[in-house]
Design a protein around this ligand. Structure first.
Ligand code: TYM
Length: 334
């Protein structure tokens, strides 16, 4: 049976990378089996967060996922902190993971070096064990994520296998489902095309927000960094040599469900390519933006969906937690 689980941080201002790398696949594949999607608010606490903005962003991201097309008849949408089993299972996985393997996580290294490792929160270090708990609690077979989560998924698989080997078969070993390269797996910043598009970018100019109005999207693409050789066959898909142009082609390919090399053959000049990408992205985001405005008007309905979602998620996570607790030798509470 196919069981899908994925999560997204409520960091505010979701961007095109989140959408093309993950969310659109959640929507496309939600009915393939049983699927669970969560807004991972606990993960957001691994870096400083203002409580009011965390609250606002959690509702905003949940609303946006619904606007993007998640359908609660087909999937379960919930907030991570509403299902306490995630943190309970995370402890068992912290006692399965080693300090060495968590130290090797590149996201930890990147984020911890920014503010100095001494000051980094312990939660930032143990973050991947909570993520593994999110996944393993649901016995997920498939985890749709962008390429930047590959290492976390490898760790999740290692932890599941190690736990099963030590204590008996408790967890399903999940597979990452990452879009093909050049089709949304790794959308790059428009201003710095060798860096991935990210919420924590220094400048907004290289990041397409899912709420950006058409004129802002057009402007950001018009100013996107390309290369200097705008000659006859300048439009080529070659991420190593031409990161900026290749990123534009990958976005256009992902937005139109085509292949980046094929798309490259249809454009001669950078300016024309940029206009085509902007149009495709504006058209892709338009229905999502319209639907968001409708849903935003009724926050109580979104709250109710999240409450019901947690209600559906809890027994599934609870059953796994009980098996895992029993396997390691914890007494069942009476
Ligand atoms: P987060 O919130 O950073 O990102 C959510 C999803 O968006 C993808 N993504 C991208 N894809 C392509 N190009 C980009 N530039 C880009 N930026 C982000 C991410 O790969 C991700 O799929 N640790 C996770 C959240 C998480 C999770 C989980 C995911 C917590 N528990 C359990 C899956 C299963 C994260 O920080 O994603």
């Amino acid at each position: 049976m196919t069981r899908i689980l994925s999560g997204i941080q409520p960091t505010g201002g979701l961007h095109l990378g989140n959408y093309l790398g993950a969310v659109r696949y959640w929507v496309e594949d939600q009915a393939l089996g049983e699927s669970f999607y969560c807004v991972v608010d606990l993960h957001a606490l691994t870096v400083p967060r203002d409580p009011a903005s965390l609250r606002r962003d959690t509702t905003e991201v949940a609303t946006l996922l619904l606007a993007a097309g998640l359908d609660t008849d087909a999937c379960t949408l919930f907030v991570q902190s509403h299902v306490a089993e995630h943190t309970q299972l995370a402890w068992l996985l912290e006692c399965t993971a080693s300090i060495g393997e968590l130290r090797r996580m590149t996201q930890f290294k990147d984020k911890a070096t920014k503010g100095g490792e001494e000051a980094a929160r312990v939660g930032l270090f143990t973050y991947p064990t909570l993520m593994a708990a999110d996944i393993l609690a649901y016995q997920a077979t498939h985890v749709p994520v962008g390429d930047d989560q590959r290492q976390h998924l490898e760790l999740t698989r290692d932890l599941a296998e190690r736990f099963n080997a030590r204590y008996g078969e408790v967890f399903t070993v999940p597979e990452a489902t990452i879009p093909p390269a050049g089709r949304g797996a790794r959308i790059m910043d428009l201003q710095e095309p060798t860096r991935k598009m990210s919420k924590s970018a220094d400048s907004e100019q290289g990041v397409i927000g899912l709420f950006d109005p058409p004129e802002v999207i057009e402007r950001k693409f018009r100013r996107a960094v390309t290369d200097t050789d705008d000659g006859a066959d300048a439009v080529r898909f070659d991420p190593g040599l031409k990161p900026g142009v290749s990123n534009l082609l990958a976005i256009l390919a992902a937005a139109t469900g085509r292949d980046p090399t094929e798309v490259a053959g249809e454009h001669r000049r950078y300016g024309e390519l940029k206009a085509a990408v902007a149009d495709a992205v504006i058209e892709m985001l338009r229905p999502l933006q319209v639907r968001y405005r409708e849903l935003e008007a009724d926050p109580a309905a979104v709250e109710e969906i999240l409450r019901a979602g947690a209600g559906r998620a809890r027994p599934v996570a609870g059953a796994t937690l009980r098996s895992a607790m029993d396997a390691v030798g914890l007494l069942a509470p009476r």
